[in-house]
Ligand binder design. Structure first.
Ligand SMILES: [Zn+2]
Length: 110
């Protein structure tokens, strides 16, 4: 159900940007640490966009590389698959800077 409300939010945003024009495609940035599944969003999109100007719009997902920052020494790094430790000082006190969510990058209208 989480993906349904997320899709609804993305749709609302896209429609607002479209300003009454028909949406041909929707460009989304998908962070590599995000657990959203493109196929689930496509599935819900068919539902929530029906009857709107975004009906039948093509969803394009672009991957976004994750970035993390060490809170100990401020090194910014790309996290390895499972181990999230600073490559510089080996600290585990890190925070995610980007790549853990999904965002609307833009839309194409007609
Ligand atoms: Zn560090």
């Amino acid at each position: 159900m989480h993906e349904l409300s997320l899709t609804q939010t993305l749709l609302d945003l896209a429609l607002k940007n479209a300003d009454g024009r028909r949406i041909v495609s929707v460009n989304l940035l998908l962070g590599e640490l995000s657990d959203e599944r493109p196929e689930a969003i496509r599935f819900y999109w068919n539902d929530v966009a029906r009857g709107t100007l975004a009906e039948n719009a093509e969803l394009r997902f672009r991957p976004v590389t994750a970035k993390m920052k060490c809170l100990q020494c401020s090194t910014v790094f790309h996290p390895e698959e499972t181990v999230v430790e600073c490559p510089n000082c080996k600290s585990f006190r890190v925070k995610i800077l980007s790549g853990d969510d999904i965002r609307l990058a833009g839309i194409d209208v007609k």
